[in-house]
Design a protein around this ligand. Structure first.
Ligand code: ZN
Length: 218
């Protein structure tokens, strides 16, 4: 295994779990990258910074505002409603997001001699995002390596885990307290609303694992 790892950190539950896995993987060093792409919840960037503080790893915040400017979606266009119509991608889908993120991460990894890049994508709790599927990740890994003459592995340890299994994994690693720092709520409320689809999914994961969510709710 490569002796260095890079973690794409969104400040959410899955990427925080990836950070924990990377820190526990026995590599020599871990670093993180987060993207400022004009997302609805700016708190995500602060949460990412808090998490790396706890983990004791450095982070780079990359300005990727152009991603939000390129398309109309509910994550970067605050007037647009968060919704999903049958047969359509959710309004929160940001076209190209993970492709841009991974390409940028590939350049950072290449510069720093990193051969393992973690991304917390997951097919199991299927959100309808095509750039979270394993077929895309395999293709992105191949493209990045062809484009940059690198031997980067894109690690997706959560790809086939349920939210409950993710919570269990963090419990095993003794890092459940990290989840108290993570913003999940789609409504962006602090304390979290506990009602929106994101809060519901999170709470279901904790319930399934028989673990109390450390996050304050309304
Ligand atoms: Zn919520």
């Amino acid at each position: 295994m490569s002796s260095k790892a890079l973690v794409l950190l969104s400040g959410g539950q899955d990427s925080a779990t990836c950070l924990a896995i990377a820190c526990d993987s026995g590599v020599e060093s871990v670093q993180a990258v987060t993207f400022d792409y004009g997302q609805r919840h700016r708190i995500e960037i602060e949460k990412a910074q808090t998490l790396v503080g706890i983990a004791g790893v450095p982070i780079r915040v990359i300005n990727a505002g152009f991603i939000g400017e390129l398309s109309q979606n509910a994550l970067t266009n605050f007037d647009q409603e968060i919704s999903q119509k049958p047969g359509e991608l959710p309004s929160t889908f940001v076209p190209g997001r993970n492709l841009f993120f991974l390409s940028i991460a590939g350049v950072i990894a290449r510069q720093a001699g990193i051969e393992r890049v973690y991304i917390g994508v997951c097919e199991t709790d299927f959100s309808g995002y095509p750039d979270c599927r394993s077929a895309f990740i395999e293709s992105a890994q191949r493209s990045i390596n062809l484009a940059m003459e690198t031997r980067i592995t894109i690690a997706t340890p959560l790809m086939y885990l349920t939210k409950t299994e993710t919570v269990q994994l963090m419990a095993q690693q003794g890092k459940l307290a990290w989840y108290a720092e993570i913003h999940t709520c789609y409504e962006g409320q602090v304390p979290a609303c506990g009602q929106c689809p994101a809060c519901q999914l999170r709470l279901k994961g904790f319930k399934g694992a028989g673990v109390v969510d450390p996050l304050p709710y309304q």
